[in-house]
Design a protein around this ligand. Structure first.
Ligand SMILES: Cc1cc2nc3c(=O)[nH]c(=O)nc-3n(C[C@H](O)[C@H](O)[C@H](O)COP(=O)(O)OP(=O)(O)OC[C@H]3O[C@@H](n4cnc5c(N)ncnc54)[C@H](O)[C@@H]3O)c2cc1C
Ligand SMILES: *[C@@H]1O[C@H](CO)[C@@H](O)[C@H](O)[C@H]1NC(C)=O
Ligand SMILES: *[C@@H]1O[C@H](CO)[C@@H](O)[C@H](O)[C@H]1NC(C)=O
Ligand SMILES: *[C@@H]1O[C@H](CO)[C@@H](O)[C@H](O)[C@H]1NC(C)=O
Length: 503
């Protein structure tokens, strides 16, 4: 009995293999649900799908828990009746845009192609500074922090050239002589670093963080340019991605409202189990879920992911970036685009942005403040009313001679608690080395592949990072699917110290 079962299993494996090889793309889709299942319909998933299509592989399906494509690109309709606006709760900037005659952020290309309405947002030249006593001009300190950040990226570049180990950005700052002591210095540093990475200098890699900045903003380093274009398109920012999907995607290639609970993989293919028990089968799977989702326990891999993969997944950090929106009867704040508030507690309601501005949504009465990292996790755990009153208290400190009115509308999203994201975007910690990062993106067997903003070495955290990862991974997979020139990116079994410890 045992023997015959084993024999049967053996035969079916052998036959399965033979059948696999003799079937072309179309035949496979008759037997399995698709050749490739793309898990997740964000920028990575949609870009991967478009790449497969361009490579002549149309037997794919995008599986997505939400009712629409776009992933983290989400918005909300905000404001009192008669004065409502579509506001972006997720990403809203195309960062770096382009340098004429030089490289272009591919998201910027899509934004232009699909006619999105954007405005250049001046982060450094249009800002008013405050502390607990009200408006105080410390733009000299602010400008120094910009130079200190540049000095940090230069020192990081030297470390790369000399093959020195990575350090935290905090250590790096100290080594270039930047040691903020006052709340104003701390707030200015926060604006350069935390407001971008979502994490503090203590938890952010000095080298990787400098790459992300250089490769996005510095044309001398292959970066796109130093502008930031903000979407104010009232159809929502994700329109650029959905309109692009409309150019190639067929309804039969889209499985929406479907949460994946389990991914089974073996040498012969993959099975993806959905929340309602439905099963999808394919030859390959491309997982594009956030690293926060991969770190959690809601998604089961069978067999369990190998140690090298788990170490890479748990080793990356998922940070949170929270925009807290207010609508007031009328504007009573700064005329600049940005406002910076220096609290005695670093990271407490620091970065304010006016949407009631000629360039953005004039007459909207809307201003928002951004908090990040642990402070985001903290506010998510609080009731809305407490966050509202704390932030109003900060506004009162910033504008001591104004009686801060009750807002007409108030909202903030909870990215960290959202089981489909578990944060906003990845941040590379100092303990995560190049081997870990290679392992984060490496496939586990020929069948189970991974991509997402977090697997981008140059642009982790960004929309364009997601774009390039979707494209590059689908290109590599296409070669394997077509059986021509397949190169499986290798992982590192043990990520080791260059020098062992002697104790
Ligand atoms: C608040 C915020 C601000 C940001 N600001 C910017 C910015 O201004 N500029 C910029 O360039 N980038 C910004 N980013 C980062 C940017 O949004 C991401 O880098 C990018 O959207 C990631 O795309 P992705 O396809 O890799 O992942 P995702 O968009 O997360 O796509 C993965 C998809 O998988 C789905 N999913 C997850 N789990 C499951 C499951 N179990 N079953 C089925 N489906 C599942 C999710 O619903 C999601 O649609 C911001 C992000 C946030 C949250
Ligand atoms: C998904 O669910 C939403 C409700 O959340 C519904 O309006 C929509 O029709 C569903 N879409 C599909 C494709 O099932
Ligand atoms: C940046 O580094 C240069 C060169 O070491 C130094 O002269 C300058 O003071 C630094 N800038 C700041 C703001 O620390
Ligand atoms: C970042 O760019 C600066 C120039 O502004 C360069 O000196 C440095 O080496 C770069 N850093 C890294 C980590 O590539």
């Amino acid at each position: 009995m045992r023997f015959s079962l084993a024999l049967l299993a053996f035969l079916s494996v052998v036959l399965g293999r033979t059948v696999d090889r003799s079937l072309n793309d179309q035949d496979v889709s008759l037997r399995k649900d698709a050749t490739v299942l793309i898990l997740g319909g964000g920028v990575t998933g949609v870009t991967a799908a478009r790449t497969f299509h361009e490579q002549g592989i149309d037997s794919f399906k995008i599986v997505e828990a939400l009712p629409q494509l776009g992933g983290r690109i989400q918005h909300l309709t905000f404001g009192v009746k008669g004065n409502e606006y579509v506001l972006e709760t997720g990403p809203n900037w195309v960062q770096g845009t382009e340098t004429k005659g030089g490289p272009e952020n591919p998201i910027w290309g899509l934004v232009k192609k699909h006619g999105l309405k954007t405005q250049e947002n001046d982060w450094t030249g249009s800002i008013t500074t405050y502390d607990h006593t009200g408006q105080v001009n410390y733009l000299d300190v602010f400008d120094d922090a910009i130079d200190q950040f540049t000095n940090l990226t230069i020192a990081a570049g030297e470390r790369v050239r000399k093959k020195l180990v990575d350090l935290s950005s905090r250590t790096g700052y100290s080594l270039v002589g930047a040691k903020p002591k006052t709340p104003q210095e701390a707030a200015s540093e926060y604006y350069q670093l935390d407001w971008e990475t979502g994490g503090t200098p203590e938890v952010s890699s000095m080298i990787a963080n400098s790459w992300a900045a250089n490769f996005t903003y510095d044309p001398d380093f292959g970066g796109f340019g130093d502008d930031n274009a903000m979407s104010i398109d009232q159809r929502g920012f994700r329109t650029f991605l959905q309109a692009e999907a409309d150019t190639f995607l067929k309804p039969s290639q889209l499985v929406l409202n479907s949460t994946v609970t389990k991914i089974k993989y073996s040498a012969s293919g993959v099975e993806v189990i959905l929340a309602e028990g439905k099963k999808l089968t394919a030859d390959y799977v491309l997982v594009t879920f956030s690293v926060g989702v991969l770190q959690g326990d809601n998604l089961v891999f069978e067999p369990a992911l190998p140690d090298w993969k788990q170490e890479a997944i748990q080793g990356m950090t998922m940070e949170t970036y929270t925009k807290i929106f207010f609508q007031f009867e009328k504007k009573f704040w700064f005329d600049t685009e940005m406002g910076l508030y220096a609290d005695s507690e670093r990271g407490r309601y620091p970065v304010w942005q006016s949407l009631d501005h000629a360039k953005f949504l004039p007459g909207s009465g809307i201003v928002f403040v951004t908090v990040t990292g642990d402070y985001s996790v903290r506010v998510e755990a609080l009731p809305d009313a407490q966050v509202e009153s704390e932030a109003l208290g900060v506004l009162q400190a910033m504008f001591p001679t104004t009686t801060i009115p009750k807002p007409l509308a108030f909202h903030f999203p909870r990215w960290h608690s959202d089981p489909l994201f578990r944060g906003s975007y990845s941040n590379w910690p100092p303990s995560f080395n190049s081997g870990h990062h290679k392992n984060l993106g490496a496939p586990v067997t020929q069948k189970l592949w991974f991509a997402g903003e977090a697997t981008s070495q140059k642009y982790f955290g960004f929309l364009h990072g997601a774009y390039f990862e979707g494209q590059n991974t689908a290109l590599a997979m296409s070669k394997c699917i077509r059986g021509k020139g397949c190169v499986i990116p290798q992982h590192i079994e043990d990520v080791q110290n260059a020098k062992p410890y002697h104790i």
